[in-house]
Design a protein around this ligand. Structure first.
Ligand SMILES: [Zn+2]
Length: 366
C-alpha cells in the first residue's frame, strides 16, 4: 500500500503503518491537550491508542498464523486508522479452512479480554457510547476495547471477519459463488440500513458513515472478483485465444497493414521474422498515426511495438488475464512451448466472448 512504512517483520510478515495513522495519533494527542486535559492525559490517551493498535496487530497475526497452518503466506499487514488489513496471498477455498482463518482474529481479542478479566479481576461496563479516550482505568478500557473488537469484527459483512465466517458457513451448504453473493448482499444491506438510520435520526457520525461506505464497496468487490474467478475457473488460454488471425512478414509496409485492417475485424497484427518468430505488434492506433506521418510505403517494422511477454496455450486463463491487464497492450501472443510457433492471440474481447459463451452454455445445461 502506498504511503505506508515498515515497522517490523515477524514470521515472514511485514507490519506496515500508514501515514494517516500518525495523523490519528496527532489528532488524539492534540484533542486531549487542547481540551485542557493537560499533558498527562494527552500522553495517556496516545499510549492507549498505541496499545489499542497493538491489539489490532495481534488480531491480524491470529489470521496470519492460522493461514500459515494451511500453507498460505501473508506478505504484509498495514495499519490504517480504521484498523488493520492483512494481505493474505490467497483466501483458502475450503469453507472449513476459511472459517478457521476468519475466526482466529477475533479469538485473539477474546483471549486478551479474558486474560484481563481473569488475571486482574476487572469488571467493566459495556455500552455503545463508550469513550476510550476519557481517562480511566487503563486495563479496564483495554478489556472493553477487545470486547468491542470482537463484536465489530463479527458483523456479518465483508470485509469484516464476520462476512468471511458467514460465507464459509453458507458455502458448506451451497456453491461458493452463490454463498459469496449472498453474504455480500447481506453486508451491503446492513451498511445501507445503518447509513439510512443515521441520516434519518440525525445521529450522524462521519467515521461510522465512512465504514458503511467502505463495507458497501468492499462487499461489491468481493462478489465481483469471485464471480470472475468462477467464470474463468478451469479455463486455459487455448480455450479463449484467437486462432484465426493475420500475421505480417518482416518486410511488410504500412499499406499491407491497412489492407488487412479494412478487410476484416482484426485490429492488431503480430509481425513475424523470417523464421516465424514473434518480432513485435502493429496496433491499429500506431498504424493510423504512422500512416498520416510517414505514408503507406513506410516499413511496418519501424512502427511496431516490441512484443509483450508471450503466454502459452496451457496457461491458466486467470493468470493470463492478469498478465494482459498488467501489460497495458491490446493482445498477448500465445506461443507453443515445443515448436516456438505463434499459435494464437489473447485479447480482452475474445476472453469476454468466451465467458459469454460459457455462461450461455451453463444456463442451457441448468
Ligand atoms: Zn480480522
Amino acid at each position: 500500500m502506498k504511503w505506508s512504512f515498515r515497522i517490523f517483520t515477524f514470521a515472514g510478515t511485514e507490519v506496515r503503518i500508514h501515514v494517516t495513522f500518525f495523523l490519528l495519533l496527532l489528532f488524539v494527542a492534540s484533542q486531549s491537550f487542547l481540551g485542557g486535559q493537560g499533558l498527562t492525559v494527552a500522553l495517556e490517551s496516545t499510549l492507549f491508542i498505541l496499545t489499542m493498535f497493538t491489539c489490532v496487530v495481534l488480531h491480524e497475526f491470529g489470521h496470519v498464523l492460522a493461514a500459515r497452518g494451511y500453507g498460505i503466506r501473508t506478505p504484509d499487514i498495514t495499519l490504517l486508522p480504521i484498523g488493520g488489513v492483512a494481505r493474505l496471498e490467497r483466501m483458502p477455498r475450503k469453507p472449513s479452512q476459511e472459517f478457521v482463518v476468519a475466526i482466529c482474529g477475533p479469538l485473539v481479542n477474546v483471549i486478551i479480554a479474558a486474560a484481563i478479566y481473569l488475571g486482574l479481576g476487572i469488571n467493566a461496563e459495556f455500552h455503545p457510547g463508550y469513550d476510550f479516550l476519557k481517562s480511566g482505568h487503563f486495563f479496564e478500557k483495554l478489556m472493553v476495547w477487545n470486547v468491542f473488537m470482537v463484536a465489530f469484527n463479527l458483523i456479518p459483512a465483508f470485509p469484516m471477519d464476520g462476512g468471511r465466517v458467514l460465507r464459509a458457513l453458507l458455502a458448506m451448504f451451497m456453491e461458493y459463488g452463490k454463498a459469496t453473493r449472498l453474504a455480500a448482499s447481506l453486508g451491503q444491506g446492513i451498511a445501507m440500513v445503518v447509513a439510512i438510520h443515521m441520516l434519518l435520526t440525525s445521529t450522524f457520525q462521519p467515521m461510522l458513515l465512512l465504514i458503511c461506505f467502505f463495507i458497501f464497496m468492499a462487499a461489491g468487490q468481493e462478489a465481483a472478483s469471485v464471480t470472475q474467478q468462477e467464470a474463468t475457473r478451469n479455463l486455459r488460454v487455448r480455450d479463449a485465444m484467437l486462432t484465426d488471425f493475420h500475421r505480417l512478414p518482416p518486410h511488410a509496409r504500412l499499406r499491407d497493414g491497412v489492407e488487412l485492417l479494412l478487410a476484416g475485424v482484426q485490429q492488431d497484427f503480430p509481425v513475424l521474422d523470417l523464421h516465424g518468430g514473434m518480432q513485435g505488434m502493429l496496433t491499429r492506433h500506431d498504424l493510423i498515426s504512422a500512416l498520416a506521418d510517414k505514408g503507406p510505403d513506410h516499413p511496418v517494422i519501424d512502427v511496431m511495438r516490441p512484443s509483450p511477454e508471450a503466454t502459452q496455450p496451457a496457461t491458466d486463463l486467470t493468470l493470463a488475464l492478469d498478465a494482459l491487464s498488467a501489460c497495458d497492450c491490446p493482445a498477448l501472443p500465445v506461443i507453443d512451448p515445443i515448436s516456438g510457433e505463434l499459435v494464437g492471440l489473447l485479447t480482452a474481447e475474445n476472453i469476454g466472448e468466451t465467458l459469454m459463451v460459457r455462461a450461455a452454455l451453463m444456463k442451457a445445461r441448468a
